[in-house]
Design a protein around this ligand. Structure first.
Ligand SMILES: Nc1ncnc2c1ncn2[C@@H]1O[C@H](COP(=O)(O)OP(=O)(O)O)[C@@H](O)[C@H]1O
Ligand SMILES: [Mg+2]
Length: 393
């Protein structure tokens, strides 16, 4: 038993050390440390400041700009200076309150497991409170809570128990609920009111509510009469500043002895609309494909082609999944890059789109499906690579 313990712990630290220095410094998933995270100093300070000064905060941006990364970066700082314990809860996979209970309690268990000492002893009360049993994952050695089916009243009771557990902790906590708008999909009634009442009571905890659906989140926190009305400040996350982002990328290439011109990076950032995920993905691939020779335009173009080719099957399949008007509309928006008046006569005529009413419907459907987003008065495609692919069609 002791040996097994040592092996899992050794493996854990081995991977932690290995994970600190990735082969490719342009990450496309996960978070390692501020070294691989570009800037966001102001936004990080804002989150850290909110947590330290007892304020809750709502973090908003379109998908894949960097909210989750920013939460990680702020939590890294809070953990470094040991001012707060941090809990990250990804609400996205939860379909109902029972799922929410599972994800939330599991995050607590994993956090407890990362501390020294007897994890099971520390989580006994929590497990009892939510009527869960503890088992150990045979691969990772992490304790897991097993919760059987619960009636709605029991689930509500469990939520209360989780917050009670947090309240009973001596430390200050920062808790992030990522993709929080997901709670609006829960079938139970009064979820907002229920959560709000517990959150309000937790004096040693501050909360970050983060989400990609601006419209929904703004209504949760900004609509008069709703339980969370004006209970948080807002932080809108914008794309990274081009100069800093370009310098960050060039620095990481240079560290690994790869030469790339700063202006070329900037042009490329502009081309990808500085959308963080797509930018990271592109430069991750460029890093992989480049050697000691200075990176030239031909290689940059080749990598773009490679990415579009890889995704081509998916993009072709959209043609079968979407209606003709929807696909034609996406193509038209892509060709314009952004469109402020998609139902104007000029736009419709230019792209051979028929009635404005069917285009309106298509636009709504594409927005609902997160193919298109509306920001600063214009419509744009979410997937920058899809946009580029359509532009080249
Ligand atoms: N400041 C940053 N520097 C480097 N990479 C970043 C930065 N912010 C986000 N990323 C990367 O961009 C991708 C999308 O970011 P993510 O935080 O998942 O976006 P969101 O939560 O807004 O959907 C991730 O792969 C992440 O690693
Ligand atoms: Mg995210």
């Amino acid at each position: 038993m002791r040996n097994a313990f040592c092996v899992t712990h050794f493996a854990k630290y081995f991977f932690m050390i290995m994970a600190r220095e990735p082969e490719n410094p342009i990450l496309i998933s996960g978070y390692i440390s501020p070294i691989y995270f570009c800037n966001r100093a102001i936004e990080t300070n804002e989150l850290v400041g909110a947590m330290k000064n007892g304020r809750n905060i709502t973090l908003l941006s379109v998908r894949r700009i960097g909210k989750t990364g920013l939460i990680n970066n702020a939590f890294y700082q809070l953990n470094e200076n040991k001012s707060h314990k941090t809990l990250y809860i990804d609400v996205f996979p939860a379909k109902n309150l029972a799922d929410f209970v599972k994800i939330f309690s599991q995050a607590i268990v994993e956090d407890e497991h990362s501390k020294k000492g007897n994890t099971v002893k520390r989580i006994t009360n929590l497990a009892k409170g939510i009527k869960a049993s503890v088992k150990f994952n045979s691969f990772t050695g992490t304790p897991e809570l097993v919760i059987g089916h619960q009636e709605p009243e029991e689930v509500q009771h469990s939520i209360g128990e989780i917050f009670k557990y947090l309240e009973n902790q001596k430390q200050q906590y920062a808790v992030a609920f990522d993709e929080f708008q997901q709670i609006l999909e829960f079938p139970e009634k009064n979820v907002e009111a229920l959560l709000r009442s517990y959150i309000q009571q937790c004096n040693n905890v501050n909360f970050i509510f983060s989400g990609s659906n601006k419209h929904l989140l703004e209504s949760v926190f900004g609509e008069y009469g709703r339980p969370f009305y004006q209970s948080t400040g807002f932080l809108h996350l914008n794309p990274l500043p081009i100069d800093e982002y370009a310098a960050f990328i060039q620095h990481h290439f240079q560290v690994k002895k790869k030469q790339i011109d700063l202006e070329m990076i900037k042009n490329c950032l502009q081309y990808f609309n500085v959308h963080t995920f797509y930018t990271q993905y592109y430069f991750n691939r460029l890093f992989e494909r480049s050697g000691r020779k200075p990176i030239d335009k031909a290689l940059m173009y080749e990598v773009e082609q490679l990415i579009l080719k890889e995704r081509e099957n998916t993009y072709y399949s959209y043609r079968n999944l979407l209606t003709k008007t929807q696909f034609a509309l996406l193509e038209a928006i892509a060709k314009e890059t952004e469109v402020s008046q998609p139902t104007s006569k000029e736009f419709l005529t230019q792209y051979g789109l028929k009635q404005s009413s069917s285009v309106s419907r298509a636009l709504q459907a594409m927005t609902d499906k997160s193919m298109v987003y509306h920001e600063n008065g214009s419509y744009r495609l979410y997937d920058v690579f899809f946009e580029k692919w359509l532009q080249k069609m």
